[in-house]
Design a protein around this ligand. Structure first.
Ligand SMILES: [Zn+2]
Length: 276
């Protein structure tokens, strides 16, 4: 009887050990769930920011576009609005003068990869090459290295976030407002979605490579201004952040966490399209 109990105990211990040891490492997690891990990484990943004032950040991805980005820059200048451009390295190499103009006019330039691949499915070496090439292209165009990264499709694993932050110093910027403008739903839909979803501290995603997005912007910016929103770059928004109330006591100003608003299903966009 004792022997059987001992055997049972050993067996149970073995199962428990195997089960615990078999927990998947963060690197193997599905990247679509990684944003929920963001609170473990204070100050690295942001979907939105908790701010005391009516501050928001408009972000424009996938450019520069030879025709549309200059139009958008004219509009932003007329409104005295500073935005953030997450640029594609290939496009920067083709139109460095547009990126230089954006930087000169006070906009922030962030890294959005060289050719818009899915980081969640790539080797570290290939991700590293995508980031360095783009970092260099931005430095050549503007004289300054970027400090922000937006991974294409919002797809990035927790492990990638960590080493990219350690190696490049980047903060990883997602979004909380997504008008799905890459599906080209028409300017009115783009405007209405942005107006409905934008809150103080929002990071608004859109793309300066789609004509409908650029068409939507004059009335979108007018309406956001009428609601009292103030436009800042992403880095300014993060600097304006205050600690979220009713969270861990360890959290203090300067130790800002990513918002825990539901992630915008980062890999939901079909790859191969120009989303995010
Ligand atoms: Zn993109």
């Amino acid at each position: 009887m004792f022997f059987y109990r001992l055997l049972l105990f050993c067996f149970a211990t073995l199962i428990a050990t195997l089960w615990l040891g078999g927990e998947p490492t963060p690197a193997t997690h599905d990247p679509t769930h990684e944003e929920r891990a963001a609170p473990d990484e204070p100050g690295i990943t942001f979907n939105s920011v908790h701010v005391a004032g009516p501050y928001i950040a408009m972000t424009f991805d996938d450019g520069p576009s030879a025709t549309l980005t200059p139009k958008l820059l004219d509009l932003l200048a007329a409104h005295h609005i500073k935005a953030t451009f997450f640029v594609i390295g290939e496009n920067v190499a083709e139109h460095p003068e547009i990126v230089a103009r954006a930087a000169r006019e006070g906009h922030e330039i962030g890294n959005h990869s060289w050719s818009h691949p899915n980081f969640g499915k790539m080797s570290d070496e290939n991700v590293r090459r995508q980031l360095w090439r783009t970092d260099d292209a931005i430095k050549n165009a503007t004289g300054k290295r970027p400090t922000l990264l937006r991974p294409p499709y919002g797809s990035i694993t927790a492990r990638e976030k960590r080493w990219i932050h350690d190696e490049f110093g980047y903060q990883i910027i997602l979004w909380d407002v997504d008008p799905n403008d890459w599906k080209r739903p028409g300017p009115a839909v783009v405007r209405n979605r942005i107006l409905q979803e934008t809150r103080p501290g929002s990071i608004v995603l859109s793309h300066d490579i789609h004509p409908g997005t650029i068409e939507a912007m004059p009335s979108t910016l007018d309406a956001l201004e009428a609601k009292g929103f103030k436009f800042v770059t992403v880095s300014e928004l993060i600097r304006a952040a205050t600690a979220r109330p009713a969270r861990s006591p360890a959290e203090a100003p300067g130790n800002v966490r990513a918002a825990v608003t539901p992630s915008p299903s980062p890999t939901s966009a079909p790859s191969g399209d120009q989303a995010q």
